[in-house]
Design a protein around this ligand. Sequence first.
Ligand code: GDP
Length: 366
Amino acid sequence: MEQLICQGCGAEIQTSEESEVGYAPPSSLNKEIVLCKRCFRLKHYNEIQDVNISDDDFLQMVSSIRDTDGLIVHLIDIFDVDGTLLKSLPRITGANPILLVGNKLDLLPKSTNVNKLKNWLQREASQLGIKVKDIAFISSKKGTGIDSLKQLIETYRGKKDVFIVGTTNVGKSTFINKLIEQSTGEANAITTSYFPGTTLGFIEIPLDERNVLVDTPGIVNKQQMAHYVSDKDLKTITPNKEIKARVYQLQDQQTLFIGGLARLDFLKGEKQSFVCYFSNELSIHRTKLEKADALYEDHLGALLSPPDSESVNNLPEFVGKTFKLNDEKTDIVFPGLGWISVQGKGATVQAHTWKGISITVRKSLI
Ligand code: GDP
């Protein structure tokens, strides 16, 4: 019997285990477009279901790329570089050339300096031992940068296949949909959603008579902010339009809470502005440092939300990291959430978020 493939996520269709990847009820198999139950629900009800698949399975599936000859296009979310830049990439890709592509460019303020962004990414990648041929920025949603990326891909792929690799939720499906839409005019060929963990299996799209573009399974990075919060909260923290800067003039010994997901204490330094770049829906609270612990204890999940009252109990420990800034304008980056830009002026700050999520600093992008 010919193996049926889900037209949404690429998983092999099976009709025996309802909670596993690729399940479809037998009655749905003779439809023209076969979807697994998960993709069907997502498509028609905009609702995600959990499927049992282990991280090891994901890695094993993707690792098969190492043994083939192709161009790797590594898609990341420029809003969550630490959570989406794959530390295992050199292991996965072997000797294949890599193009690093930062998606969701539309979310950054127009004043962002893309060259600085590129330099920062270059550094982040090389720190992980990832050698990239080139870096490009796109918005899969808006279509920005897709044409130049297509040219870059043509330049580097020679006659090889192209593998699109990324963690879940970076916008891989949206990107490939855009490519399909541009080549065939058919919208929504692949499932897209807000929720991490959606894309399973490989999907092959012909590039020419001999070569294909391959959508690989989205790798789950458990340390991504997206995995700590509820679906509702994920909608709040994921920006859906250009981010507006919110400016706070802070004295030392003042604290900013980003919902209840992150916190910045201004420990020492001259009064200065703290410019916050987060989803416009995410509320920010200012308080005195001496009151911050009590506020967090008493109001997490309510005044300080997200997390909502449902997620509060599943969250790991909140931990702080201290940075002494020099006189240069610096961004304190909270992966998956956004960043706070500080003038510097010798300030000492302490930044807090969940254990496992790594807060970093970079030269300001704006
Ligand atoms: P995948 O898991 O990598 O396949 O990611 P999806 O394509 O399902 O996208 C994940 C989420 O990011 C969805 O809510 C998309 O609408 C959103 N998204 C994808 N690309 C972009 C983009 O370029 N800009 C913005 N603002 N959102 C995007």
